[in-house]
Design a protein around this ligand. Structure first.
Ligand code: FES
Ligand code: FES
Length: 160
């Protein structure tokens, strides 16, 4: 299959990669080393592969890499690190919202997209925002709590 050069801007870094037209953004990102983007169902059902694409949360398994040519992509690792976690990541730790952690990067991305557009979400809005993210470990109580804590942390940060 003919390869095409695709330019991906990921977490502030630019990659030009030659890819077949049927390569998904999920596989392109993981092959570039962004293994915080998790591969689950690969058919849009689990949300483990969620990333921000120009600020919108998408399932990267449903996006072909060439469709993201030139776009700004942010993964969970682009939001924060172990040393400097994002308030949403801190909130997931504070609330005990991760057990195996497989769903967590996608959950954090969905939470980020929600809180960017709705800084003070209702519980229904939180449930709706993470409705495409499946977790088989925690139940959803701690995850919803984490998003509430994150909203408070972000609001405090803006006030200070
Ligand atoms: S791996 Fe993309 S939604 Fe499940
Ligand atoms: S923490 Fe294991 S799938 Fe969510």
């Amino acid at each position: 299959m003919e390869l095409h050069v695709v330019t991906l801007h990921v977490n502030g870094r630019t990659h030009a990669v030659a890819l077949a037209p049927n390569v998904t953004l999920l596989h392109a990102l993981r092959d570039l080393g962004y293994t915080d983007v998790k591969s689950g169902c690969e058919k849009g059902d689990c949300g483990a592969c969620a990333v921000l694409l120009n600020g919108t949360a998408v399932n990267s398994c449903l996006v072909l890499a060439y469709q993201a040519d030139g776009a700004e992509i942010v993964t969970n690792a682009g939001l924060g690190t172990m040393e400097h976690p994002h308030p949403i990541q801190e909130a997931f730790a504070d609330a005990g919202a991760a057990q195996c952690g497989y769903c967590t990067p996608g959950m954090v991305i969905s939470a980020k997209a929600l809180l960017d557009r709705t800084p003070h979400p209702t519980e229904d809005e939180i449930r709706n925002a993470i409705s495409g993210n499946l977790c088989r470990c925690t139940g959803y109580g701690q995850i919803i709590e984490a998003v509430k804590i994150a909203a408070d942390k972000l609001a405090e940060g803006q006030e200070s």
